[in-house]
Design a protein. Structure first.
Length: 757
């Protein structure tokens, strides 16, 4: 923590305070004890052992800083004393006495008053004071807001402040009574007071090769008026070779002028970077020549000479295609602290690199380019862009150089490989397909060159009759960038809407006008099955019917996997099939394999009609990409077969009794009988009694006629009954006649009946 000069440092704990109150200290014997606020003037002697015994065996040396200095009058000057042991370590709690010699100007203003009782510091009067070295570190502040003038004190140090209102010299004796060695226990301090102050030149940075003016100003501290004829000595003590002008020497003495200024100019022997240190001292002549010259102050200033730097960086793409425009980027930079002047850039393009343009515009002479950039300020840079193209393949190194004043130069190179990509396109697919088959195409685009092919696109414009499966007529595929040797493959399928030969070309393109083509020819064929089927136009029920089937490929493509299927209609049963035909599930199937164009196969099928009517028999042929059908209709007719039976139920009968004749008409055929008419003839020995049946009976004489029966289905029966009465004995014949639409002649049947009396 900081304490003002009027305060002391409280360094001891309570117990230490008690011990000090009792007269104890870090010294081996007693110090002078404070009595009633007065300090004992002489230092304490050892308690025994005589005067020559060492008083403090640890303290061996006293150090005071500064031992000599010059200050303006009316200012305060701080002196710091340190008591050290034999190892150079500071010792705390050691007594230090401050004494201004008789005849000296100046007074003690303030001293270190830290400590307790007998170790506490006191200013006895303006010429004498006693302090003790501190127990710990602390900071003295002058009471202002400027930390730069604070004084940092360490353990084992103590301080005293002196001042003087007038010019003169303060001679001070600083004494550590605990140090027995007479050569080490005191230090003589000289403080010169002048009514003068000064202003040193500030450290500066200048470009190399320039001049720098140094000026020291000397003035009175009391009123600020200039001091004339004060002597200022300038001396170059280190750094690059330099001199003062006028004179050309490394040291010079200059008197202050009417304004109190001593001026001189510093120049370098040659422009180089570095730092010159210039020492300066000021000497004045007090009161005219009544006293010898007095050194007023000594100071230093540094002059840093900075030069420009020049740097260049050239960049270019690692690769570029032949005849493709690309750019060299040139960056010129001054990384130094001074301006670079007369900056020039030169760039000679190698053969095979063709100049196109530049920004800013260059002066062009053949393959040589140059720019004059003038002055480049510190940390500034300039960018140049050169647009070129490669006229042949190869590796090209291009170097740019920059120069500037003071021999500055630099160069930078960039390498670009000029490559030439080469596109190759391959298209593959089948040579021949059937019209119903998809056509698979494969496109492979390859870069067979030594440079990348950029923005590669493949286009396949399909000819009329071909489209993609999605219905498009153009294939567009993007391959991006293909490095040398790299390839990309694209697969797609198209379909044909008609048969024919299709020959189309696909195209691959890339930046730089690259192009490649590939063609492919495919023949689209179409098989066309045709069936002919023959068979009977008319058959009777249960009479077999044979059908001949011929399958022919009328197209120009093979009919692969040809299957022939004949479905039997209801009312027809399977009998047989030729050529390996297999019947199953109501169908006869033939596996005919592949039918080449114009090839034919003939098979036959026999079936049995089981019902009348028109039976339509359909056959179907199927193969890859084609199919065909054919039908044949057969009229199946029935055969009506009418059976007439007549039976007398009571034979023989007595005359006068009735006899019943049972007439049964049976259709034993397969067709319906129509318009069936039954007529009975009653013999003379009998007379008609009654007649019943499926139709109404009518009598006319000996004729009994039943009304026509419209239909009699196949296998159906119609029964008639005729009752007669016997009138005479005898062997009589009852006659029945049947006729229908299907008969060309009537059927007659008689029944013999014996009648008796």
């Amino acid at each position: 923590m900081k304490k003002p000069l009027s305060m002391w440092i409280w360094c001891s704990v309570a117990m230490a305070g008690i011990l000090l109150t009792l007269g104890c200290s870090s010294y081996p014997t007693k110090f002078g004890i404070l009595h009633g606020g007065h300090i004992q003037r002489e230092h304490g002697k050892p308690m025994e052992g005589g005067y020559y015994q060492n008083f403090d065996p640890k303290a061996v040396r006293l150090e005071v800083k500064p031992a000599e200095a010059t200050n303006p009058v009316q200012t305060q000057h701080v002196l710091v004393a340190t008591v050290l042991d034999q190892n150079g370590e500071p010792l705390a709690g050691r007594r230090v006495e401050w004494m201004i010699a008789e005849g000296s100007v100046g007074s003690i203003v303030e001293v270190d008053e830290s400590g307790w009782y007998n170790t506490r510091g006191y200013k006895v009067n303006n010429k004498y004071a006693v302090t003790h070295t501190n127990q710990g570190d602390h900071i003295l502040t002058r009471g202002n807001a400027d930390p730069a003038d604070d004084i940092h004190l360490k353990k084992g140090q103590t301080w005293c402040v002196i001042t003087s209102p007038i010019e003169g010299t303060t001679q001070m004796v600083v004494y550590a009574p605990g140090i027995y060695n007479w050569d080490n226990h005191k230090v003589f301090v000289t403080k010169n007071w002048n009514d003068a102050t000064w202003k040193w030149p500030e450290n500066a940075v200048n470009p190399i090769g320039t001049k720098h003016d140094l000026a020291v100003q000397v003035m009175r501290y009391s009123d600020g008026t200039p001091i004339v004829n004060a002597l200022v000595n300038f001396k170059i003590v280190d750094g690059p070779p330099a001199h003062f002008t006028p004179g050309g020497k490394t040291a010079a003495a200059v008197k202050t002028d009417e304004a109190g200024m001593a001026k001189i100019t510093l120049e370098q022997d040659k422009p180089v970077e570095g730092v010159n240190t210039i020492e300066m001292d000021i000497t004045v002549q007090p009161c005219g020549e009544c006293k010898p010259p007095m050194k007023l102050a000594t100071g230093k200033v540094t002059k840093t000479w900075v030069g420009p730097r020049i740097a260049i960086q050239k960049t270019a793409p690692a690769q570029a295609g032949m005849n493709e425009l690309f750019q060299y980027q040139i960056q010129v930079t001054n990384p130094g602290k001074a301006a670079a002047t007369n900056v020039k850039v030169a760039d000679t393009l190698p053969e095979g690199i063709k100049y196109a343009s530049s920004t800013p515009s260059a002066t062009v002479s053949g393959q040589s380019l140059s720019w004059s950039l003038g002055t480049l300020e510190p940390q500034a840079s300039r960018a140049l862009t050169v647009t070129v193209s490669g006229t042949r393949t190869g590796r090209f190194e291009n170097c740019a150089a920059v120069t500037a004043d003071h021999g500055l130069q630099a160069n930078s190179c960039a390498t670009t490989v000029i490559t030439s990509p080469k596109l190759v396109l391959e298209k593959s697919g089948p040579a021949e397909v059937l019209i119903c088959e998809p056509i698979p195409y494969t496109l492979v685009v390859r870069n067979n060159g030594d440079g990348p092919a950029v923005n590669v696109e493949v286009t396949d414009k399909l000819p009329a009759g071909l489209t993609t499966e999605e219905g498009r007529d153009t294939i567009l595929a993007k391959a991006g960038t293909l490095q040398p040797g790299q390839s990309k493959q694209f697969a797609y399928r198209v379909k044909a809407s008609k048969k024919g030969v299709y020959d189309n070309a696909a195209t691959a393109t890339a930046d730089g006008g690259l192009k490649a083509e590939a063609t492919h020819k495919v023949t689209v064929r179409e098989p066309a099955l045709v069936i002919t089927k023959t068979g009977p136009e008319k058959r009777f029920v249960n009479r077999s019917a044979t059908y001949e089937i011929t399958v022919t490929n009328k197209g120009d493509g093979p009919a692969r996997n040809t299957i022939l299927t004949d479905t039997l209609p209801a009312g027809m049963t399977f009998v047989s099939a030729t050529d390996g035909g297999v019947f199953a599930g109501g169908k006869v199937t033939w596996n005919l394999g592949t039918l080449a164009p114009d090839a034919s196969r003939k098979v036959s099928l026999t079936g049995m009609p089981t019902q009348m009517g028109t039976l339509k028999n359909t056959v179907r042929a199927e193969a890859q990409c084609t199919e065909a059908t054919a039908s044949v209709s057969t009229e199946v007719a029935g055969i009506p077969a009418i059976l007439l039976e007549v039976v007398d139920l009571e034979d023989p009968i007595e005359v006068g009794s009735n006899e019943t004749y049972l007439i049964v008409v049976t259709n034993q055929g397969s067709a319906t009988g129509t318009n069936i008419r039954v007529t009975c003839t009653v013999p003379d020995e009998q007379e008609y009694v009654s007649g019943t049946g499926p139709s109404q009976a009518s009598v006319s004489g000996k004729k009994v006629t039943f009304a026509p029966l419209a239909t009699l289905a196949a296998k159906a029966k119609a029964t008639y009954r005729v009752v007669v009465k016997g009138t005479k004995a005898g062997d009589v014949r009852f006659a029945v006649e049947l006729i229908s639409d299907q008969m060309t002649s009537p059927v007659n049947e008689t029944e013999s009946t014996h009648q008796y009396e």
